[in-house]
Structure formats: C-alpha cells, structure tokens
Design a protein around this ligand. Sequence first.
Ligand code: ADP
Ligand code: ADP
Length: 228
Amino acid sequence: VPAIEFIGVDKRFPGRNGAPDVLAARDVNLSIAQGEVVSIIGPSGCGKSTLLNMGAGLSRPSAGTVKVGGEVVAGPNMHVAFMLQKDLLMPWRTIAQNVEFGLELRGVKAAERRVISTRLLAQCHLKGFEGHYPNQLSGGMRQRAAMARTLAVDPLVLLMDEPFSALDAQTKMILQQDLARTVKENGKTVLFITHDLAEGVALSDRILVMSERPGTIVEEIVVDIPDR
Ligand code: ADP
Ligand code: ADP
C-alpha cells in the first residue's frame, strides 16, 4: 500500500459575504510510496497548505478520499507528523523533553523515551544540547530539534510546510542535508512544500507542480540523480 494517497480530492471553502466559493483543491490524485520523498511547488495561494492539512487530517476534503497507510484519514492521527516553518517547541521544556513529548502522550516509559531522544538528537547534530531550553538555541538548532521531535513518534508520513524558509542560507543548507540523511536512515515518507525549485531538486524524488485556480497538480517532475 502507498504511504499516502489522495483520490479525487476537492476542497471548497465557502466564499464570505456572497463571494463565490474558493476551490482550493480540485481533483487531486496522488500516490506516494513508502520511503519516497516528494515536494510540492507552486504559486502562493494555489492550495499547497490545504493539501497538506488534508493529509494531516486537520481539514476534511469536500470530495474524494485521503488515505494514509491504506486507511482513510478521518481526523488528526498518529501515523502522520506535521512540521511547520515555525518550530513550535515548548519553551518551558528542555530540548529532550520537547522531543519526547509525543512519546509521553503515547505512554512510552521514561527510559525508552530517553534512548529515542538521545539517538535522534545525535542524528540531528544536537548531542550535548538535550538539557538546554529552546531559547538557548539558534533558529537552525531549534528547527533541527523540531525535526527530531517529528521523527520521535515514528510517523509513517512526514508532512512539512516550508520547513526551511525562515532560515538563513547556510543553516538552510546544513538542515536540508541533515533532513535528507535522517529521512534516508529512518526510511521515512515525506511530502513537503517548498517555493524553491532547487530545494525540490536537491531533496526529493519527485516534484509536483501545482497551479492556482483551481488547485490542481499540473505537472510532475521525476528527479533522477544517482548517488545523491
Ligand atoms: P498555498 O499553501 O499554496 O499558499 P493555501 O492552501 O493556503 O495555498 O490556499 C489555497 C486557497 O484557499 C487560497 O485562495 C486561500 O485563500 C484559500 N483558503 C485557504 N484556507 C482557507 C480557509 N480556511 N477559508 C477560506 N479560504 C481558504
Ligand atoms: P528531567 O526529565 O529529569 O526533568 P531534563 O530533561 O531537565 O531532565 O534534564 C536533566 C539533565 O539530564 C540535564 O543536565 C540534561 O543535560 C540531561 N539530559 C536530558 N535529556 C537527556 C538525554 N536525552 N540524553 C542525555 N542527557 C540528557
């Protein structure tokens, strides 16, 4: 089964004050295999975030079906992790405690949580920062911590909405390489939004090009770079 599928998905938002409805997604058909990294590129407002939100179960399709791991997505669920531009770390928790949060919710015991957070933080180049608080870290480090937190719950699919766009060029490059390696090491399926074609080429197996009005995938670019 594909890791994530969109089958004939539409999303319609009602127009305000008599304005016509906004069709943010129209007949989106998309299938992403396990272990595949796919990016979405397209102009602002074309429906990229809407698509991701439906994948995460945060928004329901007006028509069609979204499936994760072969199961229909009916709401927020544990098979999907969401990473945004803002790291959304909890300032009152240490980095390790932030990474372990999702595991706490799942009732994983403290010792096991610590093993997982230690491994992931090392993979994300944050060894030694486990006991620091988010405000003691740079933006790039916080974003790496957010990546570790996202991976900690071992999601089937990672959805990322421009995870690098708030970072400076060098931090961005390092983080992109970290992400590529971490994703590969953990065999994760990723669907991410970018506005940067070079980023799509560097990181993904396939680039989906979306067009505005109505939000639909108009082209697919297969990135075939050996030994990347
Ligand atoms: P993108 O992520 O590509 O910038 P979005 O998915 O955010 O695009 O938005 C697609 C379209 O749907 C836009 O026209 C936007 O204004 C509209 N839209 C998004 N969310 C809502 C909402 N909650 N209510 C009404 N319209 C929305
Ligand atoms: P507690 O869960 O007991 O509140 P903290 O997360 O506040 O623990 O960290 C207490 C100490 O343990 C800190 O000095 C920190 O450096 C260390 N520590 C926290 N998390 C880890 C970890 N994952 N691996 C190694 N040391 C850690």
